[in-house]
Design a protein around this ligand. Sequence first.
Ligand SMILES: Nc1ncnc2c1ncn2[C@@H]1O[C@H](COP(=O)(O)OP(=O)(O)OP(=O)(O)O)[C@@H](O)[C@H]1O
Ligand SMILES: [Mg+2]
Length: 383
Amino acid sequence: MPRKTGSYRITRFEGEQVRAFVPSPLPPKAPKLLLDANLETLHEKAQASLGQLKIAGKMVRSADWFLYGFVRKEAVITSQIEGTQATLRDVLSFEASADAEMSADVAEVCRYVEALQYARRELARRNGLPISTRLLCGAHQKLFRGPGSPGKQPGKIRTSQNWIGGSRPGNAQYVPPPAAEVATAMGQLEKWIHAEDPLPPLVRAGLAHVQFESIHPFLDGNGRIGRMLITLLLEHWQLLESPLLYLSLALKRRQDEYYDHLAAVRTKGDWEGWTGFYLECVQEAAADGVDMAQRIFALVEKDRRKVAEHPSATLSSVRLFDRLQSSPFITLQGAIDALDTSKPTAGSAIAALEDAGVLKETSGRKRGRIYAYQGYLRLLSRD
Ligand SMILES: Nc1ncnc2c1ncn2[C@@H]1O[C@H](COP(=O)(O)OP(=O)(O)OP(=O)(O)O)[C@@H](O)[C@H]1O
Ligand SMILES: [Mg+2]
């Protein structure tokens, strides 16, 4: 299997000699990446679990609950891989209450959600951007917009040398290509994504991620944009119809292995090892998603019935329950807006959901109270 996956360029960084890696364009060559029996089995299993997740995404009435929750779950965990401390609860409760003060970490997760939404909108729009360097730059721009990220060059391919691990390129674990090579390398990746290739699309999405990480085109956020690339490709290649796979959970559980496999592609040409690891993670994450979807489905059906049959039920309380699928935290103002109704009507709808044991006040405040759908949150934050 020893295979050359790129070459080194000797450059200088602040007077010190540096060996920067320039990855060869995909696909893996000499030898080609072949799926042996073991990889075939892993691929079939991962495909099957993804297929089930795709079906779960079509479950009437509950699909929006999954989509809302799973996208945010992925956003939180992909940011946690980097050390961001925000929890799912922090993020969802912030989204519900415009007045809550937002920590930098919560802001970062919310910006990930916006970046993903931007990219999916572009891909869905007639004449929108295809999966491309420009699209990823656009997503990066959203991820780092605002005053919190000085020096990160939002939306820009880097113009200086970066490195991973270590205090300078000279002692780094990995030195990605010199800045002058980045645009070409990204162009080659883009071209391969849109070219014909006999490898299964699920595998190709994993290869694209590694290649992206090897190029490391941005000054920061490469992990998150590179994992988003997988999400976008799975949808583009119709393995899913919406971003329901929260792959980062499986990657985070095996973070050391994740990084080791990225490195081994470069140092040992081990595309096979990466592919096996990645397919296991996809399978695990998809199966977890299917299980979660079933639990959410059961919970929501049970609670909807509880709400409808409760003595204090009103038409508005049932409608409000269904609105919780786009925000499991709600304020009085949020309920007024969601139901397009008066303050008393919204207030009694909230009270009815509290009585039914679905909503619980969480702020402890007299004004600007925030109510949470605890059962759903508990399920969604379970790891
Ligand atoms: N040895 C390696 N070779 C190539 N890529 C690596 C290696 N180790 C880690 N990575 C990738 O680099 C990412 C970190 O890069 P960067 O800090 O630019 O991205 P980020 O989104 O800010 O961070 P993160 O992944 O940590 O969220 C990791 O998530 C991983 O995907
Ligand atoms: Mg980072």
